[in-house]
Design a protein around this ligand. Structure first.
Ligand SMILES: *Cc1c(COP(=O)(O)O)cnc(C)c1O
Length: 380
């Protein structure tokens, strides 16, 4: 109850975003709930997305996948980044699909399935140009060949073939078209090796919304699920997405100061006229990154007020000008864009910080309380 800042998560917005995106793609959707649902809470977001019609959940790690199972969520789930000695037996027993990018991992998954006496559900990842995970070059036919061997032997079932795009948020990117071509070639190689994957997927949010050639059977939706426009539009946006998170805090001190007052650590910021300073109990430990200093603003007293001086670990100072501000006044750090005069959005914070909205959302600190509600009805 007594947290200094709260992130209110509107599960109705999550559900609405699933429906909005599915109407555009015409495909099944994988709700990507890695990193605790981009900081929104993986379990409540997963439940809301599934209820709204998403068929799949996507997570990074085995422990994230197993946490969903522990919460009683049985929906199809793909986990995609593993140590070679990860607990594949637990994933197989839990019916989690294992994303596999190397023969090292494939051998370990097949061995675990063999010991367990149950086939592993595997989705092979091709590297089509991101040069991160996935198998590329000669490694791809080798991976596909081994997977087919294990499939014939009965320890593996290759349910999917997939890849990930490098710059889908750059409209008209020639790299995206090249990746689609490379992906098509990888699919031909996989089928030539005797594989018959029922699920082919490539698109993330940006590609799903803008590049029909990337949609295949399933689109993996992260950022757009949380209502953030992948192309950086900060208003209500072209796609009708609604931001799910509103980050709120409260003014905890107010002072009227003369011109020439130095604010916060260091000599950088000095008031240039008589003004009112409001202290907020949120800092970089809560996700208000110092990289946004000098540009960031919050919503206070019905308008945007700039964050001034250095952002500290636990607090920051806002210049409220001549607004009649009081201790206890509510502040919105960011939230959904609603009409003309509106709090900052996550997208704006990302621009101010020179980063992407993903980093802002996943940077919201652990001591910020999360409250989940559905279209206005507070629950927990
Ligand atoms: C994080 C992630 C996604 C979601 O990406 P968005 O751009 O947030 O939609 C999709 N696929 C993979 C493999 C990811 O790691």
């Amino acid at each position: 109850m007594s947290a200094l800042a709260r992130a209110a998560v509107d599960l109705g917005a999550i559900a609405g975003n699933v429906r909005t995106i599915a109407a555009v793609t015409g495909t099944d959707l994988m709700a990507v709930v890695k990193a605790d649902g981009f900081g929104h809470g993986a379990v409540p977001v997963a439940r809301a997305a599934l209820r709204a019609g998403a068929g799949w959940l996507g997570v990074t790690s085995a422990s994230e996948a197993l946490a969903l199972r522990d919460a009683g969520i049985t929906a199809p789930t793909l986990s995609w980044l593993h140590r070679p000695d990860d607990d594949f037996a637990s994933l197989i027993a839990a019916g989690v699909d294992v994303g596999v990018s190397t023969t090292t991992h494939l051998h370990a998954v097949a061995a675990a399935a063999h010991r367990l006496g149950a086939p592993a559900l595997v989705q092979l990842k091709a590297d089509t140009g991101l040069a991160r995970n996935g198998a590329g070059g000669d490694d791809w036919p080798e991976l596909a060949g081994w997977a087919r061997k294990y499939e014939v032997e009965g320890s593996v079932r290759v349910r999917g073939v997939w890849s990930h795009l490098a710059d889908a948020d750059v409209p008209g990117s020639p790299a995206l078209a090249r990746q689609v071509t490379t992906f098509e070639e990888a699919l031909r190689v996989a089928r030539g090796a005797g594989l018959d994957p029922e699920l082919v997927h490539l698109a993330n949010s940006a590609a799903a919304l803008s590049a029909p050639t990337t949609r295949y059977d399933l689109c993996r939706i992260g950022l757009a699920l949380y209502g953030v426009d992948p192309f950086g539009a900060t208003g209500p946006g072209a796609f009708g997405l609604r931001a799910a998170m509103t980050l709120r805090t409260t003014v905890v001190n107010v002072k009227r100061v003369p011109a020439g007052t130095g604010v916060s650590y260091g000599p950088e910021y000095v008031t240039c006229g008589r003004t009112t300073l409001a202290l907020l109990p949120v800092g970089y430990a809560d996700g208000l990154t110092r990289a946004a200093e000098g540009r960031a603003a919050v919503w206070l007293g019905g308008r945007r007020c700039p964050v001034v001086g250095r952002v500290a670990m636990d607090q920051c100072v806002v210049d409220a000008g001549d607004l009649p501000v009081s201790i206890g006044d509510p502040v919105v750090v960011f939230g959904p864009a609603d009409g003309e005069r509106t709090p900052p959005t996550v997208g704006e914070w990302a621009r101010w910080a020179g980063t992407n909205p993903h980093e802002i959302l996943t940077g919201i600190g652990a001591r910020v309380a999360r409250d989940h509600h559905h279209e206005g009805a507070e629950s927990s």
